[in-house]
Design a protein around this ligand. Structure first.
Ligand SMILES: CC(C)(COP(=O)(O)OP(=O)(O)OC[C@H]1O[C@@H](n2cnc3c(N)ncnc32)[C@H](O)[C@@H]1OP(=O)(O)O)[C@@H](O)C(=O)NCCC(=O)NCCS
Length: 246
């Protein structure tokens, strides 16, 4: 401890935790980054609809309950364990206001059950950071569709110029590879998820290449979502059965 160079009237101050809270928050909610994503429908191979829509903070407990199941080394396959843990911590931080400008989107079936989720956050108006993509029902291309949805939110709704992703799993890498992501110089530029490589696309590549390719393949979903269908996605229920084994 250092002694002040001049006398100070009191030798201690006290603070209420409410006064400290603002310093600990990621950022006050910023309307530039919270522009709402218009829900859409993606149909699984059997025709079952999955509604992709923004999540609200009161839905965090259902998301966490689902992810908690994956925090177990029995899911050390295809990186579900690692991605489950990391996504759990991000959703908790978003819920408890310890993440700057986060945005969470969920894929929900007709029974209101969580099928998958994506999250990203905004560094600033120029750059969006991709955090995680995870699905609880596989071989439906739902991961691809959810991943495209968050890119769509960043470029088309918020209007950033660059999308910065990184990939922990081969299945994740496939998404970036399919969507023309290339690397920033590494290690000069590092992704916030552990300092790994940044794979990115810019707005022009999104508009000219990636989005048309996604539309051509039927991965951009359909709008609008009828109000009664959207209503059935609430309240959000945790995933009953993980269908992640091939
Ligand atoms: C990454 C992720 C979101 C991708 O989801 P997805 O696009 O829906 O893909 P799936 O995981 O269902 O994998 C499907 C792929 O498996 C492969 N596959 C499925 N069945 C197969 C079979 N019988 N034989 C060979 N390959 C098969 C195919 O390549 C298929 O992709 P395709 O349908 O486009 O051809 C998902 O794998 C996931 O949640 N993984 C765990 C978390 C994770 O790694 N997230 C990314 C972090 S970077």
């Amino acid at each position: 401890m250092a002694k002040p160079p001049v006398p100070i009237s009191f030798d201690r101050f006290s603070f209420r935790v409410e006064e400290i809270e603002e310093f600990l928050r990621g950022a006050p909610p910023d309307p530039r980054f919270q522009k709402p994503y218009q829900p859409k429908i993606y149909r699984l191979k059997g025709g079952e609809p999955v509604i992709i829509r923004p999540a609200t903070k009161d839905e965090a407990p259902a998301i966490l309950q689902t992810l908690k199941q994956l925090i177990d080394d029995k899911y050390d396959k295809d990186f579900y364990h690692l991605v489950g843990v990391r996504t759990y911590s991000e959703i908790l931080a978003w819920y408890q206001r310890r993440l700057k400008d986060g945005y969470v989107m969920v894929g929900v079936n007709g029974d209101g059950e969580l099928m998958g989720l994506v999250n990203h956050r905004f560094w600033d108006e120029d750059v969006a950071i991709s955090l995680h993509t995870i699905v609880f029902k596989r071989a439906e291309r739902l991961g691809l569709v959810l991943y495209l949805s968050k890119i769509e939110h960043a470029f088309d709704v918020v209007g950033v110029n660059e999308w910065w992703a990184t990939f922990e799993s081969p299945f994740g890498f496939r998404m970036g590879f399919r969507f023309n992501h290339v690397t920033k110089p590494w290690p000069e530029v590092q992704h916030e998820l552990g300092g790994s490589r940044v794979y990115y696309i810019n707005k022009d590549q999104w508009k000219r290449v990636v989005k048309p390719f996604a539309i051509e393949n039927g991965w951009m979903g359909e709008r609008p979502v009828p109000e009664d269908v959207l209503e059935k996605t609430r309240p959000l229920k945790p995933t009953r059965r993980l269908e992640i084994e091939f």
